[in-house]
Design a protein around this ligand. Sequence first.
Ligand code: FE2
Ligand code: FE2
Length: 147
Amino acid sequence: MSSASDLSPWRLDWDESMSVGIPDIDAQHQHFIELVNELNKCILWRMPLPDIRAAMSAIYTDAQQHFSSEEQLFKEWQYPETHIHAQIHAQILQVLSEICDRFKFDDSSEYELIDAGLKIKHTLVEHMLTEDMKYRDFFYAQTNPAK
Ligand SMILES: [Fe+2]
Ligand SMILES: [Fe+2]
């Protein structure tokens, strides 16, 4: 079903440039993007706070699972940046948790919600496009050694 919100500048669409070349991880990133779009749709449509809160905590839970899948792979690959990448994951979870806590009560302004939605989107997307791309390059070099 198409609607005006589908055209929202908030909406993020997956494209091949975001691929890390690992189908399972790409699928997890795509799911992430769907959840972030869902949250921003809830905010844009001014849905009740419990729905917005549920969308935020779905992102938190998904991020926890996704980060742990990545860290498991790093162990298998003996990825040299494992420690720093895992630290960044922990920082992101902290940011997400603080944002979720902020909206426990019903007195949040629309501005605060919009700001939170944008911050969540920015934090996750930036991580995917910068830090995650570093392991993509490492993985690619491991699986396609120069001749
Ligand atoms: Fe990731
Ligand atoms: Fe990551």
